[in-house]
Design a protein around this ligand. Structure first.
Ligand code: F6R
Length: 614
């Protein structure tokens, strides 16, 4: 949510900052801006409503020289998307510029105080308050930029990752973070910084992840200095990025989302690799083995997550209850964090997050941790805030997910949850060897089976044309596939803007059936599972009311396919793993309907990928 980039070095900063903004555009894209200090010492700020391309267009004829700069792509929180509210914001004197990701809760109080001191404000943002406060502190105390930022961070309450430059200090960027991510890249003769590593990887693989409360003093041609909020120098912990640039490109696909759907055979292979043994007899998740006692004595599992990750969590509940016989609750992180949950030291909290930065999930896990739970993370982005805040965890290793609609991360999360459930079940001796081996062997088959499912691409593309103009969709599933139905509905609504709801199939007759007519298509997941016959009855109930049904069925199906209007066959697999296959045609259906409607598939309106604000 909002992306920030900075550069200081020997090269012209502007192209690096713009390229960085393109990489971070998935975090927000309602406006963008850049601030540069040129050779003459001018601080030039250019900003524009709209996407980064609009900023580039706006800056075309302007002076974009300078070897130091900061830039921002915005997802509006305070103040509508506009040129004025776009970042960077600058201080009253125009001497200091700031970019910010996060929200400042006490901005109104500080703003009033600054107005009392004669400051005027140009924008409606909370961010402008920070830069004015920094200028005020410098004026009052005749202190350095670093000292003023340090002081300001003590006065502001909320979440922030900021980068600040000042006209009279063209050799320095000051950056700070609390609850919003910030990564600093270290090159031979430059530093760059960004909200995540994607803008950095093409320049250097050496990075430092700033910790909460830390402030970085980034001076040109000098060693990096990182200070704590107590003004004590921190030890610099340099990490090596494993990401490659090709992972950040579309690779010939028209959209990242389609690329990411098609990557799933490979991403799941990476996710399983080194974890499930060839004979299916062993699964090795070090985050569990190293904390064996916690999992052995656990009395309850609480899963917290948001959106798609929450849907994966619902599948995780079935898996863990089936294989580990531990009761599991699945909570929306945003609700959990403000509840007063009963937690004991025999609880295990599993936090699921693709980005590893979702503010609500982070707050939920911190609450559980403070009350004694053991916290296990399932994340994708390496080095992000959630894995760093957990006691242990397991990365899904599906590579950067750039399309705003989550696809490969969902299947990665479900795959890890299946491995976690089997591993803990084996430890607790609650899963039979036969079931363990059957499911573990099936897990290894998943990449090639998804390969098969992807061959349905053209057929689903054709089908999408029939349903592009529907105004509402219902998605039904049962058991393991009820969350898959909800996930299918979420995919459709977020990228096509068609209203869609996911329901447990049997609940349909308690209300949603009233909506059924020949204009409202229903997607029913009717795979050959333990309650197949019941799902078939639900299809019949829809058909009896003139509804149109797309059924996702198991290869060779006779009954559901003959009643439904359209049937999509997926290969046979253990019931508990079937969402890994049923979710793929639903991803493709949502994708093609959105494309048919001319939607901005990778950057749908109002959404951002990394939700670092409440
Ligand atoms: C939907 C989607 C969102 C995210 C949610 C949580 O396609 O991407 O619903 O799943 O914002 O994000 P993470 O998993 O990063 O915590």
């Amino acid at each position: 949510m909002c992306g920030i980039v900075g550069y200081i070095g020997s090269r012209n900063a502007y192209p690096i900052l713009i390229q960085g903004l393109h990489r971070l555009e998935y975090r927000g894209y309602d406006s963008a801006g850049v601030a540069l200090i040129n050779q003459s010492g001018d601080l030039n700020v250019y900003k524009s409503k709209g996407k980064v391309a609009a900023l580039e267009h706006y800056a075309e004829e302007k002076d974009t020289t300078g070897t130091i700069g900061i830039a921002h792509t915005r997802w509006a929180t305070h103040g509508e998307p506009s040129d004025i509210n776009a970042h960077p914001h600058y201080s009253q004197s125009d001497n200091i510029a700031i970019v910010h990701n996060g929200t400042i809760e006490n901005y109104a109080v500080i703003k009033q105080a600054l107005i009392g001191h004669g400051y005027t404000f140009r924008s409606d943002t909370d961010t402008e308050v920070i830069v004015q406060l920094i200028e005020y502190i410098i004026a009052q105390n005749a202190c350095s930029l670093y000292e003023a930022v340090l002081q300001a961070t003590k006065e502001i309450v909320g979440a922030y990752a900021i980068a600040v430059i000042a006209k009279d200090n063209p050799d320095q960027i000051i950056a700070a973070r609390r609850s919003s991510p910030l990564v600093i890249g270290i090159g031979n003769d430059f530093y760059c910084l960004a909200s995540d590593a994607t803008p950095i990887v093409e320049y250097t693989k050496k990075v430092v992840y700033l910790e909460d409360g830390e402030i970085a003093i980034i001076n040109r041609n000098e060693p990096l200095k990182i200070m704590t909020e107590q003004n004590v120098e921190s030890k610099i912990n340099i990490c090596k990025l494993r990401m490659s640039i090709s992972e950040l490109e579309k690779g010939g696909y028209p959209h990242f989302m389609l690329k990411e759907i098609f990557e799933q055979p490979k991403t799941l292979l990476d996710c399983l690799s080194g974890r499930v043994s060839i004979d299916g007899k062993n699964i090795s998740i070090s985050g569990i083995i190293d904390n064996k006692d916690k999992f052995l004595r656990a009395e309850r599992v609480i899963i917290v997550a948001c959106g798609t990750s929450w849907h994966a969590g619902l599948i995780g509940k079935h898996l863990i209850e089936d294989f580990c016989r531990i009761p599991v609750t699945v909570e929306y992180a945003s609700e959990f964090r403000y509840s007063n949950p009963v937690i004991t030291d025999r609880d295990i909290l599993i936090a699921i997050s693709q980005s590893g930065e979702t503010a609500d999930t982070l707050a939920a896990l911190e609450l559980a941790k403070s009350r004694g739970a053991f916290v296990f993370g399932i994340c994708n982005v390496i080095g992000s805030s959630i894995p760093r805040a957990t006691d242990s965890g397991c990365y899904i290793h599906v590579g950067p997910e750039i399309g705003v609609a989550s696809t490969k991360a969902f299947t990665g999360q479900v795959t890890v949850l299946a491995m976690v459930a089997l591993t803990v079940g084996q430890l607790r001796e609650t899963v039979s060897n036969q079931t363990f081996e059957q499911v573990a062997t099936d897990l290894r088959r998943i990449p090639s089976l998804i390969e098969e499912v992807l061959k349905l691409n053209d057929r689903i593309h054709d089908l999408s044309k029939i349903f592009t103009y529907a105004h509402n969709f219902l998605y039904l599933g049962r058991g393991y596939n009820y969350p898959a139905a909800m996930e299918g509905a979420l995919k459709l609504k977020e990228i096509s803007y068609i209203h869609a709801e996911g329901y447990p199939a049997a609940e349909m007759k308690h209300g949603p059936i009233a909506l059924i007519d020949n204009e409202m298509p229903t997607v029913v997941i009717a795979t050959a599972d333990s309650i197949y016959d019941k799902t078939v009855s639900n299809i019949q109930q829809i058909k009896a009311r003139g509804g149109r049904v797309i059924a996702i069925v198991t290869a060779g199906d006779q009954v559901a396919s003959s009643i439904a209007d359209y049937a999509i066959e997926i290969p046979e697999i253990s019931e508990c793993l079937s969402p890994l296959l049923t979710s793929v045609p639903l991803q493709l259906l949502a994708y093609y309907i959105a494309v048919n409607k001319g939607r901005d598939v990778d950057q749908p309106r109002n959404l951002a990928k990394s939700v670092t604000v409440e």
